[in-house]
Design a protein around this ligand. Sequence first.
Ligand code: NDP
Ligand code: ZN
Length: 356
Amino acid sequence: MGKMMKGFAMLGIGKVGWIEKEVPKCGPLDAIVRPLAIAICTSDVHTVYEGAIGDRHNMILGHEGCGEIVEVGSEVKDFKPGDRVLVPAITPDWNSLEAQAGYSMHSGGMLAGWKFSNFKDGVFSEYFHVNDADGNLALIPDGMTVEEACILSDMVPTGFHAVELADVQFGDSVLVIGIGAVGLMSVAGASLRGASRIIAVGTRPVCINAAKGYGATDFISYKDGSIEDQVMELTGGKGVDRVCIAGGDVSTFEAAIKSLKPGGRIGSVNYLGSGDFVNIPRTEWGCGMGHKQILTGLMPGGRLRMEKLSSLVASGRLDVKPEITHVFHGWDHCAEALELMRDKPKDLIKPVVIPD
Ligand code: NDP
Ligand code: ZN
């Protein structure tokens, strides 16, 4: 048996705890990384408490973090032990046919680019394995804190992906449904893309404040009546050009379709943790002829995306600090941080744990 390590794992639906496993082996193209910081994601909550990807046992959790490389495979060219690296939540196999077709996140099968805490153990452990290190890792830019680096794993690339899917253009009016850590990055991304009006849907005061800072111009509470009625009131009955979805559930698509102008586009990155079907309202969808497009997707990962998005932070064009509301020191706080993410207190956006 090889060297052992501790990891914070899903033991079954609704159950978590620390387990011992062997330190993962490093293949020729891979890296073994020691986390410098990790972040809890709402997806971890869907995984553990809703059993969204099935009843997993002894699977180490987590897909958001940054770290220091402790080992690289013999074929790795650009990284070495001691390098401090950004680690994307999605780590595709870059030589796969799906990646060649432009859908690296589905390399090896649907959603199979999402490996951490899905197809293999995640990053909430003393060491974790990264496939295709040259294709997936990126150096943490000078001056970037480890907390900020964690936000680049998933929140920036996912929130921005909703904006890419919705294809936000200069001067567009954009509805962002959900302004948690992901949706806030959709607000920031829509601002960077030149949206003229950004209507944000959410209620947590800390999120509303952050959304203002990222460029949201109007606010709607989904608790104060239907989203579509409030959008129509704000837009004089016209609706919006684009919708980004980063919150809600299967029923949210109905509000999005009803809020959209003909020819508009919906970009959803929401993880639908429950419900069997998504209903599309036939009439407001133009009886199928309204040119209202719905695009949904898992965010793309990989090194180039990490380098580009981290350059926005390093250059000062994007400030991710408002995302980080809770910082814990010590592995012992993993369970507390996960419960916080589940319970979503009013002052929470994103919890980060620094192992120390
Ligand atoms: P949060 O729970 O922090 O934020 C959700 C937001 O949606 C909050 O603003 C919340 O409002 C709002 N909301 C809740 N219920 C409704 C509703 N019924 N109608 C409209 N808005 C609602 O989540 P995160 O920002 O962390 O994550 C957002 C989603 O993105 C999750 O489903 C997550 O799993 C998914 N995700 C997807 C990824 C991908 O690659 N596609 C990757 C990572 C995450 P309030 O202010 O009241 O809390
Ligand atoms: Zn995540």
